[in-house]
Design a protein around this ligand. Structure first.
Ligand SMILES: NC(=O)C1=CN([C@@H]2O[C@H](COP(=O)(O)OP(=O)(O)OC[C@H]3O[C@@H](n4cnc5c(N)ncnc54)[C@H](OP(=O)(O)O)[C@@H]3O)[C@@H](O)[C@H]2O)C=CC1
Ligand SMILES: C[C@H](O)[C@@H]1OC(=O)[C@H](O)[C@@H]1O
Length: 253
């Protein structure tokens, strides 16, 4: 039990990596509040999974692209659970599109959800932790894409580099309050976000052959490192970025 009785908030936790992180945190003894946008049924089933583990779960809908959602999520989570010990910024989108004709709306939405959303969510969670006066742990789900490019991700990769950078600066700003800030950098993890992109079996197989561990990732592969960074096992880790990619990044040739 690495997170016994901790109060954990996870954004974008109706599906995928956020959902796995939320359920894994509950498995480690935490109560969990999740944010989501539209997946009411998926969010309800995530809460049911948390409750099946004997922990409190609460789902709070809200669009992270709206700065007002951040304060609302934290306030409602505190109302339900009393405090915030751990905050996982995970909500994100990746609408694959070519660079030369990128629609302004697609670019702006991706920035607002992935980067602006992270900024205001992390700020709201940090303010709550500072008010509580007992430190905390913030983990942002960045990406291997913070370090490398993608032909159809020119609007997306800068947001992931930005989230990684946000954790570095926040680690400095919040260290004096005992709040640790780290990011995880997943490689390719099979979730709804890339279901269409990886529908082509040839592309899927090609991606897998580039990974030293021999397979694409699953959401639970990322949940473990998130729980580790959230826990006291990582008590002297802040400003760090943990690649969770099966070795893909280092595989040049
Ligand atoms: N899968 C991968 O290969 C990788 C993913 N990542 C990152 O992981 C994170 C999670 O993605 P993943 O699990 O793969 O994808 P999913 O599509 O499965 O999950 C995305 C989650 O974010 C939520 N969400 C989307 N937009 C908003 C919004 N505007 N406000 C609130 N919640 C929102 C979704 O909620 P709803 O269902 O209600 O829309 C859902 O819960 C993203 O930040 C992504 O960039 C990083 C590296 C690799
Ligand atoms: C959605 C993509 O498949 C995924 O997102 C990331 O951040 C990874 O780098 C992959 O490109």
């Amino acid at each position: 039990m690495l997170l016994k009785d901790k109060k954990v908030l996870v954004t974008g936790a109706s599906t995928g990596i956020g959902r796995a992180a939320a359920i894994s945190a509950a498995g480690h003894g935490a109560d969990v509040a999740i944010n989501f946008l539209a997946g009411d049924d998926e969010a309800a089933s995530c809460v049911a999974a948390i409750e099946a583990l004997g922990r409190k779960g609460v789902a709070i809908a809200g669009d992270v692209a709206d700065p007002a959602t951040a304060g609302d999520f934290v306030a409602k989570a505190v109302e339900a659970m009393g405090r915030v010990d751990i905050f996982v910024n995970n909500a994100g989108i990746c609408p694959f599109h070519a660079f030369l004709d990128m629609p302004v709306a697609t670019f702006e939405r991706t920035m607002r959800v992935n980067l602006h959303g992270a900024y205001f969510m992390v700020q709201a969670a940090a303010n709550q932790m500072v008010r509580q006066g007992q430190g905390g742990s913030i983990i942002a789900v960045s990406s291997i894409s913070a370090l490398v490019g993608g032909e159809y991700q020119t609007h997306y990769t800068p947001t992931k580099a930005g989230v990684h950078s946000l954790m570095q600066s926040a680690a400095i700003a919040l260290g004096k309050h005992g709040i640790r800030c780290n990011s995880v950098l997943p490689g390719t993890i099979l979730t709804d976000i890339n279901m269409d992109d990886l529908a082509d079996p040839e592309k899927r197989a090609r991606m897998a052959t580039r990974i030293p561990l021999g397979r694409l990732g699953e959401p639970d592969d990322v949940a473990g490192p998130i729980v580790f960074l959230a826990s006291d096992l990582a008590r002297y880790v802040t400003g760090a970025a943990l690649l969770v990619d099966g070795g893909a990044f280092v595989n040049l040739q």
